[in-house]
Unconditional design. Structure first.
Length: 181
């Protein structure tokens, strides 16, 4: 299992001791729950999720740039996102060909193909995730940002393991309690 702190006050949990991975038993579950509570300094809701297995992690997201409109980003994800800075960006709307061009543009594109005994990623499904982000951006201008990180490749299947949505009103009002996780 995985435990994650869940609060409108916490956007990013990694590196803050607010996520516990690979929990295998009740003793470990209780210990990690207490650690998360301790690390937040207060009682907090904690999500229990399935531990997804996969050796490749990507990210996809949406943001809006003044004068340009919404853009979608794709690249290497997980805890190494900031280290590798391997992403590409497109204005929306996106077609399947746009998404596939994004796949080819990142330096780590070979990880989407069959690699060292791992099957090729189902690019059609990954493309639909990226296109959906663009569609959400067009249909919901109140959403300022979306962060899907990590997208874990489980076998060949891309599975979104964590998502963050930031509403536009937060930016206008500077009102942090409207963050959704």
């Amino acid at each position: 299992m995985v435990l994650k702190a869940c609060s409108w006050q916490i956007m990013h949990k990694s590196g803050k001791g607010l996520i516990a991975l690979n929990i295998e038993n009740e003793v470990q579950l209780k210990k990690e729950f207490k650690n998360i509570q301790k690390n937040t300094g207060k009682k907090i809701t904690v999500l229990v999720q399935e531990m997804l297995k996969g050796s490749r992690e990507f990210l996809a997201g949406m943001t809006r740039f003044a004068g340009f409109g919404p853009c979608v980003v794709f690249g290497m994800g997980g805890v190494l996102t900031e280290v590798f800075k391997d992403t590409t960006l497109r204005l929306v709307p996106l077609a399947d060909t746009d998404a596939r061009e994004m796949f080819a543009e990142i330096r780590s594109s070979k990880l989407l193909d069959k690699y060292r005994g791992m099957p090729a990623v189902k690019k059609d499904k990954l493309s639909r995730i990226i296109q959906a982000l663009g569609n959400i951006a067009l249909l919901h201008p109140e959403i300022a940002e979306i962060d899907l990180n990590p997208i874990i490749i489980n076998g060949a299947e891309p599975v979104v393991a964590d998502a963050l949505f930031v509403l536009e009103i937060i930016l206008m009002l500077k009102c942090p309690y409207l963050y959704l996780t």
